[in-house]
Design a protein around this ligand. Structure first.
Ligand code: PMP
Ligand code: G9A
Length: 400
């Protein structure tokens, strides 16, 4: 009835592939490798129950009131200390930190702060589909740097930055998920991280480091975050508690240059006034009380087993000519089918066989890669992983 009155922007809005697929995944008997959902077994329900009731006794009035847009000050102080101590981030104070309602909101706020229509954003290809959804309101132009097994191609990035400079253009930022990337599961090497920062300096471009998965390492050596290698505000870091505590709590944080943080807080005022103080107090106690550090190893153990089961099943059931990444952490792996197969065309067949994944094209700004798919291994049960891979292998073999 009102569709004619929708704004030009609303008329362009498209559903996120992942949000849409959540409906399919709720169908009876479906095994889902689609959404990036943590396993419910990873939620520390009892700890949260206990913390919440203690906190309500002590701080009930503050928890139930509106809070400042920047976030609860003591929580911002706790995070500053936590990231300097555990991540080696330099010179943080609460003024470098904005609490957001999920990193998804952080991405949206960055769009609001930086992007005019047509502005350039450099992304890894493939990249997180939710970032494309967040930025779409601001209608940027994308420049893609291909993702390799050790992270974004620095050669391509340099080439593109050089070309843009020749045309008198500069990207507003480079968006990267360097650790256990979504969707591909790969991790950027230390050499590439250093090179990325050199290029950021040379071409004077901000780097947005989106890092929800870094704590979930199952194998290999820890690599410093880009933000830990940054001495002068070239990296804006997005962290979240969604994958190490609960996505339902919607607690995340943007860490970076004070001026950007302040502007993002102004942008947030019009979005939700503030992130729930109730939940911020709980999150603060979860970190300060050491619960987070003691709980993460349990999540890692749960997910490492699931990753191994999926890798073994892929090896056992997938036909020759199909390749996949072998992630050291995170929640996803990335499957590449022979060139002539289109994972979007296979999806209805997969759903018929009661298994679902996210098509690779969703993770490219121009949706121009067809023969890939993303598999999540954290949500299904161990038995479902094996059975789901078997079903998917059948669909692929039939298509071959
Ligand atoms: N960035 C990336 C790379 C993600 O994978 C996700 C969640 N899937 C988000 C941001 C958003 O996370 P949240 O809003 O729950 O913090
Ligand atoms: O449910 C969501 O939209 C968050 C998950 C993101 C993903 O699957 O990448």
């Amino acid at each position: 009835m009102w569709a004619e009155d929708f704004s030009d922007l609303a008329k362009t809005l498209k559903a996120s592939e992942i949000r849409e697929l959540l409906k399919v995944t709720q169908m009876e008997g479906i095994i889902s490798f689609a959404g990036g959902l943590p396993n419910p077994k990873s939620f520390p329900v009892e700890i949260i129950n206990e913390i919440t009731s203690n906190l309500l006794d002590r701080y009930g009035e503050k928890m139930l009131q509106y809070g400042s847009t920047e976030g609860v000050n003591s929580f911002r102080d706790t995070l500053a200390e936590y990231f300097m101590k555990t991540h080696d981030f330099k010179n943080l104070s609460r003024d470098n930190i904005l609490i957001t309602s999920g990193s998804q909101q952080g991405l949206y706020l960055l769009g609001k702060v930086f992007l005019n229509p047509g502005d350039i954003v450099v992304v890894e290809a493939p990249t997180y589909v939710g970032a494309l959804t967040a930025f779409q309101t601001f209608q940027p132009t994308y420049v893609e740097a291909e993702l390799e097994n050790d992270g974004m191609s620095m050669e391509l990035l340099e080439k593109k930055l050089k070309e843009l400079k020749k045309e008198g253009k500069k990207p507003k930022f480079i968006y990267s998920i360097p650790t256990f990337q979504n969707p591909a599961g790969v991790t950027m090497s230390l050499e590439k991280r250093k090179r990325l920062l050199e290029l950021a300096h040379e071409y004077d471009v901000l780097v947005v480091e989106d890092s929800p998965y870094e704590e979930l390492r199952f194998s290999g050596e820890k690599i410093p975050q880009l933000k830990a290698l940054d001495n002068d505000g070239y990296v804006l870091y997005l962290g979240t508690l969604s994958k190490v505590l609960s996505p339902g709590m919607r607690i995340a944080f943007m860490i970076g240059d004070e001026e950007v943080i302040h502007k993002a807080a102004l942008a947030k005022q019009g979005v939700d006034l503030c992130t729930s103080p109730f939940v911020q107090y709980i999150a603060e106690e979860y970190i300060k009380g050491g619960y987070m550090s003691s709980h993460i190893p349990r999540i890692i153990e749960l997910y490492r087993e699931k990753r191994n089961i999926m890798l073994d099943a892929l090896e056992d059931y997938f036909p020759d000519g199909v390749e996949w990444t072998k992630p050291d952490g995170g929640m996803f792996l990335w499957v590449t089918l022979p060139k002539h197969l289109d994972s979007e065309k296979l999806l209805p067949k997969a759903i018929e066989n009661k298994v679902v994944y996210v098509i690779g094209a969703a993770f490219y700004p121009h949706r121009d890669h067809k023969n890939t798919m993303r598999l999540n291994f954290t949500y299904p049960s161990n038995e479902e992983i094996e059975e789901g891979v078997k079903r998917l292998a059948k669909v692929i073999k039939e298509a071959l």
